[in-house]
Structures are given as structure tokens and as C-alpha cells.
Design a binder for this molecule. Structure first.
Ligand code: APR
Length: 309
């Protein structure tokens, strides 16, 4: 392939992302993990599936960063997942150290790459990556809104018994309890869901979306969701690799947009070969804006906590 994507962390999210990347023939894929043998074994396993899955992407597993040299995109999934009873924020101290080390290594070998951050707590880890990389803000992007919106879309389709392909949803804000699903901008075949469902039903779906990750942690008990998170990261990578310029909700470093400064938070952005090519500012009602500000305050608190580490 003429593109190269490195995935750091060959655990549940990382290995699933690697699988989706190669099966879609988006790029050659390098899997990196600190555990000896795991990235190599998973890369070999995926390579052996290639003739059946009909792709020619090359897969490499490694414990060092040399193999990642000159990657176009680096997807960072290294870190601990949550266990039942934990919030994403409980992971901050451990994952901040991991993400910092990982990014410092990534930058040495791929100074022109675009970083897609998946490790949690997402918005805070974007700050860690932004500072550790020294990259411009268009090249550090957090995966959260695509996942939260996909969860919302799944619930809309389930509720109305329609094709999920007909659904569209927008979820803004931080990737946590304060996320801001926007029913007014969520549609089925272009029709806002506010015209198709009662407020009570929508409120219940909004709550389930915000609790979407925790619901899965509660079921799995030994880790957190990974199929949908991997799909979401790969959709972002695809838009960048193919310069599709999709508008997707992602965590972006804001410099005044939405009245927010120097903070990573979920907003709609245009993703193309330069990473974030535009932050799209949509009109919010007073209540929506209040919810976004509350979410920004929660992310700001985590950002301040990072300084104490
Ligand atoms: N360098 C490289 N890999 C690392 C490092 C490091 N410094 N530290 C940990 N890892 C690896 C682990 O060895 C493990 O294989 O990261 C991988 C994480 O995989 P899982 O434990 O399966 O976790 P996963 O479900 O993939 O979630 C990873 O993404 O969605 C978020 O909250 C989730 O922060 C978590 C991350």
C-alpha cells in the first residue's frame, strides 16, 4: 500500500483497528505494544487471514518504534481500559504517563504524522499528546464524537426500526458524562428525530448514549468496548488517508471557536489529508450552549489535574 498507519497498543481496540484498516485496504499497518510477542503474533495472525479476506496490506508487529518510521497516521490506543465502577477519568494518571512516552517515541520516527488519540480519558489524553508532540493543532485529533454519535445512531435505528444507514447524529462536548448529544441535528433520512419521537424517548436515548461505554464495561466486566471504538478511529483515518473531507465530530484543540480557548473538546470538524482542515461552528440554543460549557469546564478540570502529575 502507499499509505502507512501505525497503531500503538495491540490490545482490544488496537488489534481491532488494525484488522479493519487492513481489511479495507487503507494502508500497511504496524502494530506496536510493550508486551513482547503480542503485536508480532497478532500481525502474523492477520497476515494469515489476508488471502481469505482478500487484501494485500502488509502487517508488522513490533515492540520498538523503528518499524513505525514515516507513518502517515498514528492511532494511539495504548493504556489501561476501565473496569466496572470506574469512570474514564480514573485512568488519567496511568494513561497520561503511557501516552506521553508513546508520543515522544512516535514523533522521533514520524514527525509529519497525524495523531488520532483513542486512550482515555480522551480529551485529557489529547492535551498530553498535543504537548508531548509539539505538533500543530490540525495534526492531533481525538476519537470520541464519532463513537458517541454511532452509539446514538444505533439507538435511533433500534427505536424506529429503520436502517441505521438512514440515521445521522451529532454528539458534541467531552467524551464523558457531560457529553452533549444534539437531537435537533440528529436525523433519519433528513428528518430531525425531534419530529419522529417523543421528548421522553429522546431523553432516554440521550442518557443511554452518554452511558454507552459504561453499559458495555458493565457487561464485559474485564475491559471496555472495542469494536465500535475501533470502527470510529478507522472512519477518521479513512477520511484523512483518502482526503475525503468528511464532517465528523472529533476532539479538536479550540482557539476561540464556540467561545472556548486552548481546550480539546468534541466539535464537528472537516477531516482531510491535512488532518483537521476546518472546525465547523454550528448554531446552538442557549441550553445546548450551556451543556457544552459545562462539558468544557469538566475537561478543563482534567487539564488542570494533568499539571499536578
Ligand atoms: N506502549 C505501548 N503499548 C502499551 C503501553 C506502552 N507504554 N502501555 C500499555 N500498552 C498496551 C497494553 O500492553 C495493551 O496491550 O496497550 C494495550 C491496551 O489494550 P487493552 O488493555 O486491550 O485496552 P483496550 O480495550 O484496547 O483500550 C485501550 O483505549 O478506549 C480506550 O479506555 C480505553 O484507554 C483505553 C484504550
Amino acid at each position: 500500500m502507499d499509505k502507512k498507519v501505525t497503531v500503538i497498543g495491540a490490545g482490544n481496540v488496537g488489534a481491532t483497528a488494525a484488522q479493519r484498516l487492513c481489511e479495507k485496504e487503507l494502508a500497511d499497518v504496524v502494530l506496536i505494544d510493550i508486551i513482547e510477542g503480542v503485536p508480532q503474533g497478532k500481525a502474523l495472525d492477520l497476515t494469515q487471514a489476508a488471502s481469505i479476506e482478500k487484501h494485500d496490506a502488509k502487517l508488522t508487529g513490533a515492540n520498538g518504534y523503528e518499524a513505525s518510521k514515516d507513518s502517515d497516521i498514528v492511532i494511539i490506543t495504548a493504556g489501561l481500559p476501565r473496569k466496572p465502577g470506574m469512570s474514564r477519568d480514573d485512568l488519567i494518571s496511568t494513561n497520561a504517563k503511557i501516552v506521553k512516552t508513546v508520543v515522544e517515541n512516535v514523533v522521533k520516527y514520524s514527525p509529519n504524522s497525524i495523531l488520532i488519540i483513542v486512550s482515555n480519558p480522551l480529551d485529557a489524553m489529547c492535551h498530553v499528546a498535543f504537548e508531548a508532540s509539539g505538533f500543530p493543532k490540525n495534526r492531533v485529533i481525538g476519537m470520541a464524537g464519532v463513537l458517541d454519535s454511532a452509539r446514538f445512531r444505533a439507538f435511533i435505528a433500534m427505536e424506529l426500526n429503520v436502517s441505521v444507514e438512514n440515521t445521522h447524529a451529532f454528539v458534541l462536548g467531552g467524551h464523558g458524562d457531560t457529553m452533549v448529544p444534539l437531537p435537533r441535528y440528529s436525523t433519519v433520512a433528513g428528518i430531525p428525530i425531534t419530529e419522529l419521537m417523543s421528548k421522553k424517548t429522546i431523553d432516554a436515548m440521550v442518557k443511554r448514549t452518554a452511558n454507552g461505554g459504561a453499559e458495555i464495561v458493565g457487561l464485559l466486566k474485564t475491559g471496555s468496548a472495542y469494536y465500535a471504538p475501533a470502527s470510529a478511529a478507522v472512519e477518521m483515518a479513512e477520511s484523512i488517508l483518502k482526503d475525503k473531507k468528511k464532517i465528523l465530530p472529533c476532539a479538536a484543540y479550540l482557539k476561540g471557536e464556540y467561545g472556548i480557548n486552548d481546550l480539546f473538546i468534541g466539535v464537528p470538524v472537516k477531516l482531510g489529508s491535512n488532518g483537521i482542515e476546518e472546525v465547523i461552528e454550528i448554531k446552538l440554543t442557549d441550553d445546548e450552549n450551556k451543556a457544552l460549557m459545562k462539558s468544557a469546564a469538566a475537561v478543563n478540570e482534567l487539564k488542570s489535574f494533568l499539571k499536578t502529575l
